[in-house]
Design a protein. Sequence first.
Lengths: 329, 315
Amino acid sequence: MAVMTYREALNMALREEMRRDGRVFVIGEEVGLYEGAYKVTQGLLKEFGPRRVVDTPICESGFTGVGIGAAMVGLRPVVEMMTFNFAIIALDQIVNTAAKLHYMSGGQFNVPIVIRGPGGPAAQLAAQHSQSMETYFYHVPGLKVVRPTTPMDAKGLLKSSIRDDNPVIFIESETLYPVKGEVPEDPDFVIPLGKAVVRREGKDVTVIAYMGMMYRAMEVAEDLAKEGLSVELVDPRTLRPMDTETIIGSVRKTHRLVVVEAGAGFAGMGSEIASFVTEQAFDDLDAPVERVTGANAPMPYARNLEKLKTPSKDKIAAAVRRVCGANGG
Amino acid sequence: MYAGMLRVRLFEERVRELFAGGRIPGFLHTSVGQEAVAVGVAAALRPDDYVLSTHRGHGHLVAKGGSLRGLMAELYGKANGICHGKGGTMHIADASVGYLGANGVLAAGCVLAPGVGLSIKHRKSGQVVVTFFGDGAANRGPFHEGVNMAALWKLPVVFVCENNRWASTTAHALSAAGGSIAARAAGYGIPGEATDGNDVLAVWEAVTRAAERARRGDGPSLVEAHTVRWVGHFEGDPQAYRPRTEAAEGRQRDPIARLEAALREQHRLDDAHAARIRDGVIAEIDDAVAHAEGSPLPQPHDALTDLFAHYPWRD
Ligand SMILES: Cc1ncc(C[n+]2csc(CCOP(=O)(O)OP(=O)(O)O)c2C)c(N)n1
């Protein structure tokens, strides 16, 4: 184990997989000479050369298509989006080609591609640069969607994503890049896609969160422990395929559920989780599932408004108290 | 090339009949009249070269050597179609002949092609990739983004625009500023050549030049083949938007009749030989139709298979 930042963990994963497999290459805007808008690709051009670290013109749809074309005939591209907000420009390529090609061709072609970059709320980046982009992708059959919360997950999940034979959407976060944590240095360390993790054991209520919201939920859990409430924290890590088993298992234990997500709530992750928990574990629930979501508005710029838009510790704590109170707890 | 064009023509005409008779479903776009482009391009390529195609792509696959049985069964939506009945007319792919797929999204191939080119360069395989697109598709962003990257990185790509004057019901003149698609190549510093798309030898020559250049490592080219769509945009299109004379004019420049006349003049084709070729093609198409008619529909559980690949990619 070594202590490193989330950014360094991602860089390590890229470097290890590029050393391991000559078909893996990185492509995107400013990934080579400039070493990435957020320095995730630092040092890669120097080690692997311009054939495997490809700086592109500014054309998200174009270079995503290039990645897909290369993946169809033998390479394993890692496409960087400067910010995932711009992935909408490449949505056609991702949804119409990458996600469907294996299916439409009756299994003749597959698309082993990772599309990665930061998304979600950051520090006053405002409306076009703060969207929780996962919602655009997890609806689409044929895509896998990953949101890694810790440096260890960032490394282990990125390596699994690169080794996966299917298109993987891998959304990081500007605010998490400098976060430090323990990361195994073993190049064989991977975390399988589709496996959630219980970050904190508890018995009164399950709280599901990921990325920045998980860190917030951890603080809430500490605070509520002082009030005698025991919170179990579950991080799905991969949103598609979703590890419903771990989530249902936790709900069966605690009988109460709160889902926290940064994006606007309508048809969001919380809706989906509430729905399958209700279908599969209705009798185990002692209270209605609560969702704590971003407000239904684009991200405002002003600091106070940005704070209002995103789920706060107070809102999360209030929701937890409500579901527990619903059963006299 | 004569037999090749006849195969495309007779295949497409049979498909039209089958559609009219209710045997084949869907949005069906045929390439009747445009055979010289598909066949001229395929003749200029190696068997291991790649082709990216369009919604009007049956001819491209037939010319590249795809199995008529597999293609016909796919158009029928049968389990033993090339794509197991899951692709259909606008999304057919046939890996066995380097046919990387028709695409229902116009110009999508223009950005996939440079990616395929990167892989070719990486593997040093000496292959070339051709991407077909229509005059209408040439107005979409992916055309410009793809040509730019292919030119920038000198990738082995040949961009082939089939200019049949119409994008669905919209005339070329009403949608393409500057008129010439070939001239757009100059902006990206690559050769752009307009050619007679009703002359299979002219197409073959232009694409041969482009493919040689690509194989030498000198980068992409753009070929604009002027042709005529004899039939509607899709089967059932009443074509009220264009003069009836246009298809007739196209027929006067029939690429197959032109080549046939030239071959006869050179005494390389006579009635008996021509009849043998035609009969052979018809027998092959009859066989493909019988095969498709006799094939089973996919099983219900097939709707959920092939969503993800689990096998490791072949090295
Ligand atoms: C991105 C996109 N927009 C619209 C369509 C609908 N559409 C299908 S074919 C077509 C016309 C295409 O014209 P052209 O590219 O010239 O090819 P042609 O049909 O003449 O072969 C249109 C508008 C589509 N398939 N994809």
